[in-house]
Design a protein around this ligand. Sequence first.
Ligand code: FCB
Length: 484
Amino acid sequence: MTMTDPSTAAAHTAGAPGVSFPPGFAWGAATAAYQIEGAAAEDGRTPSIWDVFSHTPGKVLNGDTGDVAVDHYHRFREDVRLMADLGLTSYRFSLSWPRIQPTGRGPAVERGLDFYRALVDTLLEHGIAPVATLYHWDLPQDLEDAGGWPVRETAHRFAEYAALAARALGDRVPLWSTFNEPWCSAFLGYGSGVHAPGRTNPADALKAAHHLNLAHGLAVGTLRELLPATAQIAVSHNLHLVRPLTDSAEDREAARRIDAVGNRIWTGPLFNGGYPADLLADTAAIVDWDELVRPGDLAEIGRPIDLLGLNYYTPTVVSALHKDTESAEPTHNGGHGDSAHSPWPGAEDVRFHLANDDVTAMGWPIDATGLSESLIGMHRDFGLPLMVTENGAAYEDVVGPDGTIDDPERIRYLQLHLAAVADAIAAGADVRGYYLWSLLDNFEWAYGYSKRFGIVHVDYETQRRTPKSSARWYAEVIRRGGLG
Ligand code: FCB
């Protein structure tokens, strides 16, 4: 969404001190299968696009892979105990498609499902509500070989996989999410190529976006059929909080384009019955939408959902390219790595700017006003319950001589953003939970193990887990039910 009124931003800067969160608010942390599980070739699991991509030289920093990751597959009981010690009331994780249905076709592998059954049962024993995401970027490589997300059939494969997961875990997982940040899957995976499968074709990126939308809708239909009536269904988007650099008509036009291909490409068909006319016009020369979107697709995609998840890290500040004075070199590629190829079909000329100089180790500017603005805007525009399904920060943590990790910068980041959530709630947004990214240090995609997002430190040599001071701080926030 675009937000242009700076007075709204100023009013939501600090967070009301002492504000408490609603009863039942989910205090969570989030992870993703490929980033933590390891056990890449165990119990029938076959390669996903991330296995192949990370094993391709030059794709991931230092040649890091998720082969072992933080060995959560074998250490999940210890990890759930850690969560319980912190007082988490909920845990958001993802299911690995190639662990459950290795080739993306055919029956489920029971050993793969057993891992998730055991994980979920252990969570429930500790009073922690599981939130399962079906897809956090790990498409079975066999399906990529058959064409991947640019191919329509992949959406049908996904719905079948959703059915396998729902049949096995539906009796014990109360909240399901179809996709995590499909923008990244489509536009980093098939546009800029910084994520798996590393293709760089704007038409394929747009086709992938439609098939991810369709897959979401088909899976919602399947889940509604198979899950108990009490189960809730969500999707998590990294909706970009787009701000024009100046109030000029050119910069506002740049913001409109990014909002279209970054945000409304998802929320249009999900909530408003179709793709926005301006997006179709911006990208008409790249893809034939009439051929891509078949009769009935929009009805599938628009199936009602119960909750919308927002993943928020930083605002997106854009301007027009002034061709007479500026080079057309790309200035920003979506936050997860640089590429000569744009992840913004139809908006390749748009310039990206840092919102300020106060950046995390990812180089992402810290501006919590973007979080409250996003939540308030989503509440206004879509009117359904919301959750912050990811928010957090990477820092270059230092292990002290006594083995402790003091991370005041991360605490400050989290404090500011929780205050922003409280602001949004005070302004009327129905926000049901907050899932900090991340529970554990882990495999940060194209950056490998070089970026640490965890509130729990992991020594990658020994796999030893050590809660950082931010973990103790978060435990105290949870104990008090707010910032207090
Ligand atoms: C998000 C991803 C998550 C993690 C964070 C830092 O875009 O969903 O897996 O990489 O960024």
